[in-house]
Structure formats: C-alpha cells, structure tokens
Design a protein around this ligand. Sequence first.
Ligand SMILES: C[S@@+](CC[C@H](N)C(=O)[O-])C[C@H]1O[C@@H](n2cnc3c(N)ncnc32)[C@H](O)[C@@H]1O
Ligand code: SF4
Length: 421
Amino acid sequence: MEHYLRPGTLQLGAPPPLSLYVHLPWCLKKCPYCDFNSHELAAPRLPVVAGPRPGPRGAEGAGSGTRPSLDPALESRYLDALRADLEQSLPLVWGRRVHSVFIGGGTPSLFSPEGIDRLLADVRARLPLEPGCEVTLEANPGTFERERFRAFRAAGVTRLSIGVQSFDDTFLARIGRVHDARQARAAAEEAASAFDTFNLDLMYALPGQDLAALDRDLDAALSFAPPHLSIYHLTLEPNTVFANRPPVLPDDDTASAMLDRIVERTAATGLQRYEVSAFARPGHRCAHNLNYWQFGDYLGLGAGAHGKLSFPHRVVRQVKWREPARYMAEALAGRAMSNEDEVAREALPFEFMLNALRLREGFALQDFRDRTGLPLSAIEPALAQAERRGLLEADLTQVRPTARGFDFLSDLQAMFLPLAR
Ligand SMILES: C[S@@+](CC[C@H](N)C(=O)[O-])C[C@H]1O[C@@H](n2cnc3c(N)ncnc32)[C@H](O)[C@@H]1O
Ligand code: SF4
C-alpha cells in the first residue's frame, strides 16, 4: 500500500466519487462487431444448461419460460473469484463509499438471479454502498424471462440496460445478433414494467440502413418511453470479424444525417442529449457513466476489468487478467491484477478531456484541479486556443464544448495531447 501513498508532483484534492464495475464475460455468441472482453459460451468446457433447449436462434424470448444460463459450477467459481478479487482490492479503497455499481459484460443476464444476489451481498458485506446507490445490470434480449427480471430487482438491481441494438429482424441478422425483434420488444416491455428506470442500447449506421429504417427503429424505441437511451454509431473495431470482412455501411453524410435525426427526435420526446451517445429524461442520467466522464474513480472486478484510482499524489490504472479461466485461477490464488500503471503527469490533461468533453455541460475547472492534481496553467494555452477556434466556451468556473466543439470532438480533445500543447 505504501507505494501508492509515496510523495509525487501531483497534488490531488479529496478523492472523487468511487464507482464499482463488475465484468461478467460470457455471451451466447460473439457478435461480429464486438471487441469487448466477451467469450462465447459454446466452448465445451463452458456448457450452457437450459430448460428446454434454446431455439434455433439460440435463446427464447422474455415471458417464454425457458432460458439459457451458465453452468452453475462455473457461475459459482466465477463468483468466488470476484469475491477474492474484491478482497484483494479493499486496501486501495479503504474507508470510501461506493456511489454506483455497474454489472456489465459480456451478457450478465446469463447469470442466475441467485448469483447476482450473492455477488451484491458479497459487495455490500465488504464495501459500504451510498444510500440510493444506482445498481445497473446489462441484459440481452432472449436471455431472461419475466420472473427473472423481477428476481434481479429483488437481488438489488435498480436499473436495467437492455442491449436491443435494433428492433428490425433484417438488421439484427446483418449484425449477427442472436435475438430477434420480437424478443427485443418483449425485453423492453418487461424492463418498463419491472423497473423505475432503464436504458435501451441502440446502434445506428447499420449495414444497408437508411433514414427510413432508422426512423422505424426510433419509432419502436420511443414507443416504450425509455427514461434513458444510448445510441452508438456502429464502428468497425480492429480484430473483429467485421474488420476482416467489412459489411457495406452507410456513407458519412448519411450517418451524419442519421445523428441529426436522432438528436431531433429524442429532444422532441423530452430526452436530453447529455453526452455524445447518451440521452435521458430529467432525473434518469446514468450516475455510473457520469462518474467515468467526470473523471471519477472506479474499481474494476472481473476478467479484463479496468480500474482507475486516485491517491494524494498519483492516479493509477489497473487491469485484471483478461481470459476468464486465467482470471479465475489467478484471482483465487490472490493475484487478480495483471497490470498496473501510474498515469503520466503529461498524459493527464488529455485523459481528463477525453472523458469530460463528451459531456454537453462540460466540466468544472475545480474538478480538473482536484482530479488531475495539476494546476490550471497545464491546460490554459489549449483552452484559449480552443476558445479562439469556437470549439469551447468558458466562464470563471465551468468549461463546455460549443455545438461546433461537440461536432468536432476528436479534434477538440486532440488539442490537449502532450505534443499538441
Ligand atoms: C459491450 S456491449 C454489452 C451489452 C450486451 N452484451 C449487448 O451486446 O447487448 C455494450 C454496448 O456497446 C455497444 N457496442 C458494442 N460494440 C460496438 C461497436 N463496434 N460499435 C458501436 N457500438 C458498439 C452496443 O450498443 C452494446 O449494447
Ligand atoms: S452480446 Fe454484447 S458483449 Fe456479447 S459479443 Fe455481442 S456485443 Fe459483445
């Protein structure tokens, strides 16, 4: 522990809010565009146990009474590893309260409600959660049924995030999803009836999609009056099936017209765009993601999970072992962490801006000082230049991207790179 506390040139303020991210790494099938740390369950050592066997698309819909799930022995071993990982991490966050929990993946809804209950009980027994702490679980259509949703809620989940992607069978098939449109609708309906707050994840600029098709997806999504929507531009990530065999995607002008349509239609139904890809009704912003964007701290548990933790004179990033079997073996032997780095002083302004400028409201200058430990002089030249170029606006306390800055976000963020300053 001493090496985290030794002297350094940064002077951080009181530690920022602390969130907890828990990664559950398995999926029914790897999607061809996905570069997340997710692992297909088809491997022989990771059997899927089901009631009646899942249908030809791999999963039954919400309300059907059947579901694929993890082998209970595997689930139990993974939960043991998470508990060991948490115990190894405790000295780093001693005395701090957790402000949000996000159980992401992978496909966390493949875990049983009893498993999620045990996970949250393990967390609560070791880390104090703030009253009213947001607890999000990611769920894929087709991996749960009605009672399962309510059981997740009874286990302490307060918010569900459903990976819908599209409500159209044609596009779901083109992006290799295992669920269909009926299951997507059933999942959104269930989320709306079982939870006070929930999110729908959508993607746009899908292979062959045009504005009319996007409008149909928006019609469907908005018909559930979601308190929160996340809408991502489909990107071709290196080392994915789509990167090797790229589908034909809409051109840049069409994609940009699609984004305009998304912004216009969400605003018309009372959803505010508070971050590049996130839209929420008042009171329904995602506290967990906001903490990332505000350069808060987070502890990451689980295979490949990332963490960021602040100490009086340094900011540290940690990564856990990526491959699930290795992660379980190492965590159970007391070595969950595979890598740890101190963020270099010169890299901090860009790291901060990479997050904070994604927010429509930008950031408080005081938060920059407190959370990077740097004086404002570290960014003043770049701030002034961005203001001159009409990309930022600032007053004495707050800096926010202009509409133009929001449109050219990567150019704006790049102005804070070490070499650019
Ligand atoms: C890692 S996934 C986990 C959620 C869940 N497993 C699912 O896929 O529905 C989180 C979200 O990231 C988005 N996403 C993943 N890969 C993407 C890509 N290549 N381009 C754009 N969005 C992507 C999807 O909207 C997805 O719902
Ligand atoms: S279901 Fe989600 S996490 Fe799993 S492979 Fe598909 S996009 Fe990735």
